[in-house]
Design a protein around this ligand. Structure first.
Ligand code: TRP
Length: 452
């Protein structure tokens, strides 16, 4: 087997992880989750979960990856015994499923860049909605799904240093610069102050009344946006050649991802409030219907919109490559398949699995809810139990490398994994399964009934 690659530079790893974390989750999913779950109330719970659960679980993934220098399937086979050895497969399957529909949604963003350049954004929300439906399903969706997938395959095919590391060094700074520019623009809009109070001042009553839906939504979003629960961070940390301070790196990555999602809220909500749109309405179409309509209403909106959607596409690309890398690294490490054929073969299979979601939006929900509300949090729960209760000695030993003095931080980390993460995630998985059952017997059954 060829020698396993490592990151060329310190920042290469951090940028790749940030590139993975910052994606559709921050720009497409985050605003409509906030909108549907009550604004600032959601934001507070989300931030708490990021710190109390997201951070410890991210470090757990890092430690597993660096210790074993293996893809998630191989890493768990080496560290775990008994049933633990098979957990990597759950990650493999989850990654496969995520990328299949992620690429479809990313394809919409490419199509919207073109709509902007052609001056085709429509100011009327009703018509914008019809336009979105025609972009989001059918032949258009299929075509742009294929184009996006081809771009992902190209980057991953080039490998860790020449592909991923090079790409993220350009992509990540570009994303940050453009979003900050757009947030400044939004600040000048008439609806800005109303939007800020909706987004930034939480109402405890709303939290108390709605925790059953806020909690799983916020936890799913926290895992999705940080790329946790399916082994991306295991894989990326497995390419670390030197012993870096993983806690510090995790802090930087989480800070940047959370900061960027926060800025997206500052971009999007003033536009909603200025256009007179209730942020709870848009759902999965939020940035594609409501925001695109707002762009249609503005002078130079076509240009702003094209820039915005290009940013989303770029962010989606740096995330999608991380998902594909998990799956490809398994084939390369364990099956001894060359990188290029592995990438092309598995990429084509993922493309095919994504095809149903180009038929109807409800099928996007079918995949997205399964992934976010169940599989990722389940993956996180398993990781928390595994690292917190089973291999904690090895884990602490590994974390200590690169940290001069762990002090009480190590014990705190294990404690967070053992109790708050495990209990919190158990509740969330249970609520997620109930919610998914309701979706299957509700919206989804209705759709099947209508179609057949
Ligand atoms: N974090 C990315 C986003 O916010 C999506 C993503 C990339 C992801 N890799 C992942 C989500 C792994 C879950 C697991 O868009």
């Amino acid at each position: 087997m060829a020698q396993r690659e490592t990151w060329a530079t310190r920042t290469g790893f951090i940028l790749a992880a940030v590139g993975s974390a910052v994606g559709l989750g921050n720009i497409w999913r985050f605003p409509f989750q906030v909108g549907q779950e009550g604004g600032a109330a959601f934001l507070v719970i989300y931030l708490l979960l990021i710190i109390a659960i997201g951070f410890p679980v991210m470090i757990a993934e890092f430690v597993i990856g660096r210790r074993t220098n293996r893809n998630p399937v191989g890493a768990l086979q080496r560290l775990g015994s008994g049933t633990w050895r098979y957990v990597g497969w759950l990650f493999f399957a989850t990654g496969f499923l995520i990328l299949s529909y992620y690429s479809v949604v990313a394809g919409w963003t490419l199509r919207y860049v073109l709509l902007g350049l052609q001056g085709d954004f429509i100011a009327d929300v009703g018509e914008a909605e019809a336009q979105f439906v025609s972009v989001a399903s059918g032949l258009d969706a299929l075509l742009f799904h294929a184009i996006f997938m081809a771009a992902v395959l190209a980057v991953v095919g080039f490998g860790v240093r020449r592909g991923i590391e090079l790409a993220v060094k350009v992509l990540v700074p570009a994303i940050i610069a453009i979003l900050v520019g757009l947030a400044i623009y939004s600040f000048t809009l008439a609806g800005a102050s109303e939007a800020y109070s909706y987004y930034l001042s939480p109402d405890l009553g709303t939290i108390a009344d709605n925790w059953r839906s806020i909690l799983p939504a916020a936890a799913g979003q926290a895992f999705f946006t940080l790329s946790l629960g399916m082994g991306v961070m295991i894989t990326y940390a497995s390419y670390l050649g030197e012993d870096r301070n993983l806690a510090e790196d995790g802090g930087i990555i989480i800070g940047l991802d959370t900061g960027i999602a926060f800025i997206v809220g500052l971009v999007v909500f003033p536009i909603f409030f200025t256009a007179g749109v209730d942020p709870a309405d848009p759902g999965a179409g939020a940035i594609f219907v409501t925001l695109a309509a707002a762009f249609g209403d503005l002078t130079f909106g076509w240009l702003l919109g094209a820039i915005f959607f290009a940013t989303v596409a770029i962010a989606a690309l740096s995330s999608a490559i991380s998902i594909l890398e998990v799956v490809v690294s398994y084939l390369v490490d364990e099956r001894d398949i060359d990188r290029l054929p592995a990438t092309l073969g598995i990429g084509t299979a993922i493309f095919v699995v994504g095809l149903p979601t180009t038929l109807d939006l409800v099928l996007i929900d079918l995949y997205d809810k399964l992934v976010n509300d169940i599989l990722l949090v389940l993956g996180g729960l398993i990781l928390a139990v595994f690292v917190g209760w089973i291999i904690y000695e090895t884990a602490l030993d590994e974390l200590e490398k690169g940290v001069r003095d762990l002090g009480s931080m190590g014990a705190a980390w294990i404690w967070f994994l053992r109790i708050p993460a495990v209990i919190g995630l158990l509740v969330v998985v249970a609520l997620g399964i109930l919610g998914y059952y309701e979706f299957l017997t509700g919206d989804f059954a209705d759709w099947i009934g209508d179609t057949i």
